[in-house]
Design a protein around this ligand. Structure first.
Ligand code: ARG
Length: 457
């Protein structure tokens, strides 16, 4: 039975029903739908629009439905048009006459707008908890590897030595920004659309501020047309999720590279790797590859909703039902990716010697050699050229800067002295970088303290 059957005379067409129906996917909002209805009913009775007796019957009916859905005693009817129709139909079947008063002063348009906001708020809280856990994992690695040297890269060419703590710190920053984006979105969406009716409010004396506060919103929305037509917060969320996936994907790409035979910087735990059906020697970084791969479908959800919304006249249009499936999928995907990635990260073994050896070759201390000359009064431009010539000589003779004899140095510039070796040692290169945000362990330790306070908040 349809909620709107009164105006219709023809038999229902099954293909049309199936096409129109959203119950296969919006059933996941049953908790939010029931929560919203209870607030609505509480407000209707406080305003004298509904008797206390009806209120009590409806609320206990709704609570019973919630309990039965949670326990599995009640199954969702796949023939219902949507979750809103389903809950109302069960309520009326259970409590009779009073159930038919549930929808007083409400439309499915403001109802679905409310349900979706409540749902997204809950999901944002879960995403935030997952990000918080990931950040703790990253911070743990940073503390453990304050002195684990590795090469820093630009253009995927060795550039200057850094530490694992410093590299992971970059991702701490990224995922912290992701958290703050979620926080902004949650704050901006936190106005209650319920009471906007189909598009033009209602003639009942609703107390929209009361419903809003019962549901934990900061207040009611201020334009009823916009309330039922706004999906900005979903687009913002999908954009934030896309950015998160972009970060996870870059990190995954690095894990894959570091785990390759050529690099050998890390070893992934067996639990987070898979083998090959034909090549017995293989141990593949599938989890990282899947996270990288799933980034595409989250971007897809963002483009999909932007496109769905772009031509819609005010206010509600059925097109907007398409806001749900891909948003749900994007949220599910991101949650799974963060949690699997977190597990993979926390079980990585770092091959410190390999990383350190790699940090030493490839002339990563060339800048420091130039800085050494500057310290002896040589202008930086000249120092740069001198060290460039040393590198050329090193390449031709298959030697690193630290392997040169003092005579070899002096053949190119007489300014060099015994103290050059100390000045360009790996330890000096890293530890001397002490400005805020640099890899020097003293500087990193300060940053780590700040990160701890960030996570404690
Ligand atoms: N299932 C619908 C949706 O998700 C609920 C709103 C229905 N409103 C309407 N006027 N048909 O958008």
């Amino acid at each position: 039975m349809k909620l709107w059957g009164g105006r219709f005379t023809k038999e229902e067409n099954h293909a049309v029903n199936d096409f129109n129906s959203s119950i296969p996917f919006d059933q996941r909002m049953y908790r939010q739908d029931i929560r919203g209805s209870i607030a609505h009913i509480t407000m209707l009775s406080a305003q004298g629009i509904l008797s206390e007796d009806d209120r009590d019957q409806i609320i206990s009916g709704l609570e019973g439905i919630l309990a039965d859905l949670e326990s599995g005693a009640l199954a969702i009817d796949p023939e219902s048009e949507d979750i809103h129709s389903f809950v109302e139909a069960v309520l009326t079947a259970r409590v009779g006459e009073a159930g038919k008063r549930l929808h007083t002063g409400r439309s499915r348009n403001d109802q679905v707008a409310l349900d979706m906001k409540l749902y997204i708020r809950d999901e944002i809280d879960e995403l935030d908890a997952l990000l918080h856990h990931l950040l703790s994992t990253i911070l743990g690695t940073m503390e453990e590897h304050l002195h684990t040297y590795m090469p820093g890269f630009t253009h995927l060419q060795k550039a200057q030595p850094i530490t694992v703590a410093h590299h992971f710190g970059a991702y701490f920053e990224m995922f912290s920004r992701d958290r703050s984006r979620l926080f902004d979105i949650r704050r901006r969406l936190n106005l209650c659309p319920l009471g906007s009716g189909a598009l033009a409010g209602t003639t009942y004396p609703l107390d929209r501020a009361l419903t809003a506060s019962l549901l934990g919103f900061d207040g009611p929305t201020l334009n009823s047309l916009d309330s039922v037509a706004d999906r900005d917060y979903l687009i913002e969320l999908l954009s934030a999720l896309s950015t998160m996936m972009m970060h996870l994907s870059r990190f995954s790409e690095e894990i894959i590279i570091w785990n390759s035979n050529e690099y050998g910087f890390i070893e992934l735990d067996d639990a987070y790797s898979t083998g090959s059906s034909i090549m017995p020697q293989k141990k593949n970084p599938d989890i990282a590859e899947l996270v990288r791969g799933k980034t595409g479908r989250v971007y897809g959800a963002l483009m999909s909703l932007l496109t769905t919304m772009k031509g819609l006249p005010l206010a509600y249009n059925k097109d907007m039902q398409e806001d749900k499936e891909m948003t749900y999928d994007a949220i599910d995907t991101v949650k799974a990716c963060i949690s699997l990635f977190d597990g993979m990260l926390s079980t990585i073994t770092f091959r410190k010697e390999v990383m350190e050896r790699s940090a030493m070759n490839g002339f990563t201390n060339a800048t420091d050699a130039a800085d050494y000359l500057v310290g002896k009064g040589v202008p930086f431009r000249d120092a740069h050229r001198i060290v460039g010539e040393l590198v050329l000589y090193g390449l031709a003779n298959d030697k690193a800067l630290l392997d040169f004899s003092l005579d070899e140095y002096r053949a190119i510039s007489p300014v060099f002295d015994e103290d050059i070796y100390e000045a360009i040692s790996l330890k000096t290169c890293v530890e001397k970088r002490m400005t805020i945000g640099a890899p020097g362990p003293d500087a990193m330790s300060e940053v780590i303290k700040t990160y701890h306070t960030m996570l404690a908040d």
